[in-house]
Write a protein that binds this ligand. Sequence first.
Ligand code: NAP
Ligand code: HSE
Length: 447
Amino acid sequence: VICFQAEIVEAMGLAMRQINVGLLGLGTVGSGVVALLEQQRELWQRRFNTRVDVRKALVRNPSRHRPGCEHIVCTQNAAEVLNDPDIDIIVEVMGGAQPALNYIQRAIENHKPVVTANKLLIACHGHELFDLAQRENVSIGFEASVAGGIPILHVLRQSMINAPITRITGIINGTCNFILSHMEQNGETFTRSLSEAQALGFAEADPATDIGGLDAAHKLTIIASMAFGIPLKLSALTVTGIENIAAIDVFRARELGYCIRHVAVAERREDGLSLRAEPVLVEDQSLLASVQGAMNAIVIETEGVGDMMFYGPGAGSLATASAILSDIADLLPAPSSASTPPLGFLPQGITSQPMIQPGLIHHPWYLHVHLKEQAGAMAALTGALAQNDISLERIVQPQGDTDTDRVPVIAITHEIPRACMDAAMEHIRNLNCVHAKPVFLPVLTIY
Ligand code: NAP
Ligand code: HSE
């Protein structure tokens, strides 16, 4: 059990636990941690009765203006963060091998639990860090090191223990996927797509790590170790980057019915394992082809359970911060003698909330009506829609059945509340120009 230097504050009439975080780095991910903690304050109170604050941050340039982080003490002196007795957890989001490795070791020696997003460090120095952490009885979390906001390491470590994995196939570098899908969708150049990925905070400090395939290789090293119980060993991988993919290759692949994606594969066969990260062609109707921008997707094939796919934001400030906060939550000692509450919220954090009436939910709607072949039938249908404030985005009249007097009409409405559609359907059902029961279905526009 980790003992925090807990400063107890009174709030909600309950003793709320206070956790102080020291950041090593306050760039894209570090500032996301600060912003997300602020956004999720109330949720953390309800789930864990805990308040988490970032107190100090190690940076290169303490005088830089950092919007939203003005309350944080910024320093160039690592010891000020690592040795501060009021700091309970160290979050390493500075990147690179050194001095990050040295700082994490010092944090562990100071008995401060560590959370890191640094895949290079875990892939190349994971074993020495884990050994040290075990000797010092300190936890180290690294969910954010792979696939940004997708909790894939948690899944591999905890949820897949009874489903032996045969293969993992994933898009695990957001920058490569951003570049390839931008070239494909927008006819954008490689260089401009990379600049945009950098501006959006997806790329590594040295983007050659992304486009050269090394970042995906670091992540695949971690995934493969957790999937197959093998040592973290970067040299076991075959790695190719996307630097040589030209717009013409993207175009030609499309002509043949394929998309180019940078894909990492960890595969177990009878004769051994294969670990590779490289650009490949995937069929343009496949799930991996549908992954756009900096999104990541990971397909896990198993014996027994079948295949699973995990999809989500693979890079970016808040997505990565979300994985860091979930590691911080895992470090919290149980609030009482009990373990994590069964529903994930403390009993006093469970509160009723207003439910939205179904009629107020907005959707576009699909509508399929059979009209009788008679004058004014279409006018009656569109009149019924208009009376209920429904406008149409699209309408088609497929060929009717020549043996009957039925004329099919298919339409997609603009977004409207369900209550309008219910009223219009009642109206339409009662029109004497309508045959049988009309079909109407909501169009889900999320994915
Ligand atoms: P970043 O924007 O470049 O931020 C790095 C931060 O660390 C900056 O605040 C920088 O200080 C500080 N820093 C770097 N080297 C330092 C040194 N030697 N001494 C003191 N401070 C130093 O990087 P990031 O995108 O947040 O990435 C951080 C880590 O998260 C990396 O390991 C990366 O691989 C990982 N990660 C990133 C993402 C993402 O989407 N960006 C996603 C998952 C994981 P200044 O601000 O003064 O320059
Ligand atoms: N540079 C990384 C990427 C950040 O583009 O996927 C997320 O690990």
